[in-house]
Each structure stands twice: as C-alpha cells, then as structure tokens.
Ligand binder design. Sequence first.
Ligand code: TXA
Ligand code: MG
Length: 320
Amino acid sequence: MKTQHLSAQNSLDIEQAQKILTSGELVAIPTETVYGLAADASNPDAVKKIFAAKGRPADHPLIVHIGRLEQLSDWARDIPQQAYTIAKAFWPGPVTLLLNKADDANTVVTGGLGTIGIRMPAHPVFSTLLEASGMAVAAPSANPYKKLSPTSAVHVINSLEGKIAAVLDGGDCHHGLESTIIDLTQTPFRVLRSGPISAKQLADVLGEEVLTPTSHSAAVPGNVTSHYQPNTRVRLVSADELSSKPELKVACLHYSAIETNDNIVSIKMPKDVAQYAHDLYRTLNDADKLGCDEIWVERPPLTEDWVAVHDRLNRAQSKL
Ligand code: TXA
Ligand code: MG
C-alpha cells in the first residue's frame, strides 16, 4: 500500500484524513501525547487493521478518542460522577478513563474485555477532525508492537510506511509521553499507567484517594514489562557509572556533567521533567541510529514528578 503523506497545515489534507477514516482505513494522527494510529472505532473491520499494522495481539485493548463529552455514554455504562469531574478538569487532555464498556460497544476495540479506555485528545487538528466527523476514533500509539511511541510524523513513516493509508503530519507532540490511565471501575480508583497528569492531580480534583501503579500490581493486557523499546539495548545507570570508561561504544543520555571519552557519545538531556519527557522518545530514536552497542541512560531523580519517565525507562530497559 502507498502511504499518503498529509499535512495538518492544510485543511484539504485534514478532510482527506477524515475521508480515509470513514472509508475504513488507517491514518496516523498527531495527539498532544504521541501519534495515534487511528481507525473508525465503530467499524470492527477497520479496527482489526490496527492490530495487523502494529503486529499487536488482539487481546490488547485500544483507547477510544472522542470529541464531545456526550459520546462518553455511547461507549461506557455505569459512569461514576467522578468521570465527569476528571473530564471537566483535564479534558481535552492527556488522561484516559477506564470505565465499564457499553453493551453495544464493539469488542474488537476492547480486546474482548468488559472495560473500555476513553479520552478526549487536546491536539487542535485531532479535535477538528473529531468535531467535523462526529466519529469516535480507536487509536493506540502509532508504532510497531513493543517499540518506541512516535512523537513526530517521521517516526511513524520510518516504522509504518506501506502498512497504513496515511500519515497526517502535525509536527512534534507536546507531551511526548502517553496519557495517564485511571481505572474508575473499582474503588479506590487507581492509576494503571503514569503519564502527564499525576495521581496527585487526580486525587486533588476528586478529593479522594487515588492509588498509583506502585501501590498495586496491575494486570493489564498490553501493559507488558518490556515496551517502548529501541532496537539498541538500553541500560539505566548512575552518574558514576556514566563516567566510567565503558568497553563498549555507548550513547549516553545524561543530565549531569560527565567525563566523556572515545567510547561515549554524549547526549545532554534537559533537567526539567516536562522537557525531558517531551524529548525522551525522539532522543532514544536518534540514539538508536548511531550504531552504538548500548544506550546508557542516567537514572533520573527518584521524585514523584519523574514517575512517568521512570516507568517508560524501566520498560525500555526490561528484557522480560
Ligand atoms: O496518549 C495515549 O494514550 C496514546 C494516544 C494515541 O492517545 N495512546 C496510547 O495507546 O498510548 P496504546 O494502545 O499504545 O496504550 C494504551 C494502553 C495499553 O497498554 C492498553 O492495554 C491499555 O491502555 N488499555 C486500553 N484499554 C484498556 C482496558 N479496557 N483495560 C485495561 N487496559 C486498557
Ligand atoms: Mg502504545
């Protein structure tokens, strides 16, 4: 298949993206978190193409993206009041609500589960498309299974060219990490995946306790340990180890000052957490192309605000 390269600057291209979705084909679309691989959520055959293009197992559920709050009840039932509190505070934005699925919501999207993840994305182009079409869009991150999520159209093209109908180029993604997922199907509510909105921010607007991924052991299909991986092996190391003289040729992502030598390709990372998150996947992608034996990443600070970054780095490192 020839993948069309469309520009989000061009309204005709946005219309074309919408037409492709309506015809049951896949389009990679920018969101404020990462690029999503979109299909019409109400068309099971279209949604099946997502699993085929990514090489993703059929029991790994997808997130449904909506443009209007009224659509929530098309896809979910038994919606607690707190869902609306979160939506009011953070939508459109990078938080996904896990709810019981509506009886007629198709099970291809949910991977056969009784629950469904739903969010309203904040990217203006995606919002325009959702508003104009009235459609709900199923979209995982637009990367092959277990690989790094794409934060630019070029990342998508590099891994999915020829496998999808189109890529809509909307530049770099604002956050660079996937949305926070909060499970509202049981109390206390719990964050299943850390992301740009923290458990504390959610607890603050709800006025109730919200468990974090470290305070429970989540059994989520698709939430496998090894994930978000470049092809080159990733190792998390201390600043001291970074300054050691490695035997191998290593790309080093570091924010502290380090002594470099011939075996080290130094890649300086920002100290600000939002900027670090924004740059992380792109930098790992770039580092992957350097032909190094390993990518070493200086372990970020062990404070609460870095929890989503730690989660992704631990998965990038994991061999499980
Ligand atoms: O920021 C994001 O969330 C991006 C953009 C495109 O919206 N999407 C994204 O989707 O990261 P994906 O499929 O790459 O990751 C979604 C995660 C998966 O680990 C999946 O297993 C989990 O959410 N998930 C989705 N629906 C679920 C459900 N019903 N129950 C449990 N986990 C679910
Ligand atoms: Mg993903």
